[in-house]
Write a protein that binds this ligand. Structure first.
Ligand SMILES: Nc1ncnc2c1ncn2[C@@H]1O[C@H](COP(=O)(O)OP(=O)(O)OP(=O)(O)O)[C@@H](O)[C@H]1O
Length: 695
């Protein structure tokens, strides 16, 4: 607003030498507060106001007291176009106003300006508030005492405080971050400050600029403009993860062995991978997928709205399988087509190579197994069942190392033959293989038998002393059969010898180092013996480094016929007799459960070869117990009448022992079949007057 709007238009002036009283009169008559005073050269020399006249005191009524004596000389002359606010700032109360030509056109009384200025100020304040409230950013201003002076609508929304409540309160009562008070204290601007506020509903992140309000070089307040950027942050994070995803996707596409190309609806390539370019010898500038394979595949996908597959031929003559898949946008419109290209020529080539190497590997497998069979044949081992093939594969592997092996299995399954095989395939094969039947050596002789004795160790001892089995087996293998029969007090000595790799002869005082590989065997359940306290747990763990469980013959029937042939040949040679075996005999031998395992089979064949008349062994030559045998039909013991119990027991024992001795030939074997110690058989046979070889 300009001065022209509120000035009093008047041409009244008064000369400097006019009496002061005249000036008063003129002011009263025209109802104005002041009159411009003209000087000698017609210019404005000053301004006389009612206050000037009153200030003159009693002199004002003195007719000789002139206007020039009371007037204000340093008065600002303002133009009609001067803004009112500017005029308001000038010192003085009433001002002369001139037009553009400098001609006096009126006066301006500050009193008349103030209500107008007040109106203007309040209008401007309303405008300012409207502007602040329409801002998207929160704005908070404080005065120099820290009290809130501006709090716009966005600030209300963000802080969840009402403006009416916040205004006039100290900032610390209104919002959580207090850094605006630092700005007030230090007078320094803070730009792009990020901070977060944790609400019960979650965290929000804000970005703010804080500025001091400086008036005449002094900080009189501070203002903060801030905005909630949680959403932007969230979007930026999303954007980052999308970028990441995109990178991943690009990596996947690029690393695909198949060619991949992505096109727009017109078949223009938007993305393609190396495999695709390689297949078609295309560079990245190739404009359209039409350049690559027959046109129409994209059109077909667009028309049918589903995947299309076809076989094509590349310019270089390779056969390819092309599959084009539509990709739809949110409006279910196809906007991209992803084409997958698989080079069938290369695939076929690879398949052929694979088949070739498969054949080769089969051939090697065959040769390997023939080689293995040859190896084992040399040791006299006969087998054909998958179970034994697997077991002997392991045995062969074990032969290459010095680990202690524990052979488990029923009597006669071939534990000793397998131990010999392991030895004969090992680097110790040139060394001795010493087999010890631990169950057959009397307990008091065990130590001297196994560890040897020094000369004069005990009465009856060899004068020169004697090497034990350990020493005899030095550089080779010691096979400890029937390990479960070892007395407990000797077990600890054996454990020490195995662990320390040295033995002490009986009567000796110098340990002797030994270099033997131990293979132990048992047909007992060693774990059970440990549980019953009959076998030391530490020795069990020491021996059970690698257990090999040899299945009974009835569980590997595929081995029976090869074994029969092998034994038939063996005895033909040994006894120089040649005999055939009738097919029905094979059937019977296959049916039989072989509780004595391979040993029993070997004995049966030997007996049939030497005892049968004629050239063919027939069913009639087969011992009846083989025909009638099933695991559950042990011969029934029938008792009629009453006889003393002891007598009955003796009768049964006599019959059983003499049957077993007749059938199996030795007290060891009879003991195994009857599941007692060999010493028991010997003792009972002597007591019951039964003849046996060991008599
Ligand atoms: N696979 C086989 N091929 C050829 N002969 C075998 C086979 N298995 C075992 N034998 C023969 O069977 C008989 C018994 O075998 P071996 O002494 O090895 O059995 P074992 O399990 O050690 O018996 P025990 O527990 O009674 O000591 C031996 O004459 C052996 O030659």
């Amino acid at each position: 607003m300009l001065v022209s709007k509120l000035m009093i238009k008047t041409a009244i002036t008064i000369a400097m030498d006019s009496p002061l009283l005249e000036a008063w009169k003129m002011m009263m008559d025209s109802n104005i507060m002041g009159i411009p005073v003209t000087g000698g050269n017609d210019g404005i020399a000053g301004m006389i106001t009612r206050e000037d006249i009153i200030s003159a005191g009693p002199d004002c009524v003195n007719p000789s007291f002139t206007v020039g004596q009371a007037m204000e000389k340093n008065v600002a002359v303002i133009t009609e176009n001067t803004p009112l606010v500017e005029a308001w700032m000038l010192p003085g109360r009433v001002f002369p106003v001139v037009n553009d030509e400098g001609r006096l056109t009126g006066i301006l009384d500050k009193n008349a300006v103030s209500p107008e200025l007040f109106n203007m100020a309040s209008y401007m304040q309303q405008q300012l508030e409207a502007i602040l409230d329409s801002a998207h950013n929160g704005i908070i201003a404080i005065d120099k005492t820290g009290k809130v002076t501006i709090f716009n609508s966005a600030a209300e929304k963000i802080t969840r405080r009402s403006k009416s409540w916040a205004l006039g309160k100290h900032l610390s009562q209104v919002i959580i971050p207090q850094d605006l008070l630092d700005v007030l204290k230090e007078g320094k601007t803070q730009r792009h400050v990020k901070f977060s506020v944790h609400y019960s509903t979650g965290s929000h992140i804000y970005l703010t600029n804080r500025n001091p309000i400086i008036e005449n070089g002094e900080t009189v307040g501070a203002v903060a403009v801030f905005q909630d950027i949680s959403e932007i942050e969230f979007i930026s994070e999303e954007l980052n993860s999308v970028k990441h995803l995109n990178k991943e996707l690009e990596g996947i596409i690029e690393s695909s062995y198949d060619g991949i190309v992505i096109t727009d609806r017109s078949g223009n390539i938007t993305k393609s991978n190396g495999a695709f370019k390689k297949t078609f010898g295309m560079d990245t500038d190739s404009s359209g997928v039409k350049d690559a394979f027959s046109p129409g595949i994209i059109e077909t996908v667009l028309q049918q709205g589903e995947a299309v597959t076809q076989v094509e031929k590349t310019p270089s003559g390779n056969h390819i399988l092309v599959t084009a898949n539509p990709v739809r946008n949110d409006h279910n419109e196809i906007f991209r087509v992803v084409v997958n290209v698989r080079d069938l020529t290369e695939l076929n080539h690879l398949r052929q190579e694979l088949e070739q190497s498969k054949k080769l590997s089969e051939q090697y497998q065959k040769e390997l197994s023939q080689l293995r069979q040859k190896h084992f044949k040399q040791t006299g081992l006969v087998f054909s069942s998958p179970k034994m093939q697997e077991l002997l594969k392991t045995a062969l592997r074990l032969s290459q190392v010095d680990s202690t092996v524990l052979l488990l299995g029923e009597s006669g399954v071939g534990k000793e033959v397998i131990a010999t095989t392991i030895h004969s395939q090992s680097h110790r094969k040139e060394g001795p293989f010493i087999a010890v039947n631990c169950g057959a050596i009397p307990a008091d002789l065990l130590e001297s038998e196994l560890f040897g004795y020094e000369k004069g160790a005990f009465t009856g001892a060899n004068r020169e002393g004697k090497s034990g089995m350990f020493e005899l087996a030095n550089g080779g293998t010691l096979f400890l059969d029937e390990i479960g029969d070892l007395p407990k007090d000797f077990q600890v000595k054996l454990l020490r010898a195995i662990q320390e790799r040295e033995i002490m002869r009986v009567g000796g005082n110098k340990p002797r180092p030994i270099n033997v590989r131990i293979i132990a065997a048992t047909n007992h359940d060693l774990e059970n013996l440990v549980r019953e306290g009959k076998f030391r747990e530490d020795l069990y763990f020491r021996l059970n480094v690698v257990p090999l469980d040899i299945p009974p013959l009835r569980e590997r029937k595929e081995d029976i016929i090869p074994l029969i042939y092998s034994f038939k040949n063996k005895f033909s040679k040994a006894y120089e007799i040649n005999k055939d075996i009738a097919p029905e005999v094979y059937d019977i031998l296959l049916q039989y459960q072989w509780p004595g395992n391979v040993r029993e089979l070997e004995n049966v064949i030997e007996r049939l070869m030497v005892t049968t008349n004629g050239d063919t062994i027939g069913v009639n030559d087969i011992p009846p117990h083989l025909i009638n045998y099933t695991p559950d039909n042990h011969p029934e013991i029938k008792v009629q009448g009453i006889i003393p119990l002891k007598e009955a027991v003796n009768t049964v024992e006599r019959q059983l022992i003499s049957n077993a001795l007749k059938q199996f030939g030795s007290t060891y074997k009879a003991a195994r079949v009857l599941q007692v110690d060999q010493s028991t058989i010997v003792r009972k046979a002597n007591k019951l007057n039964i003849y046996h070889k060991d008599t």
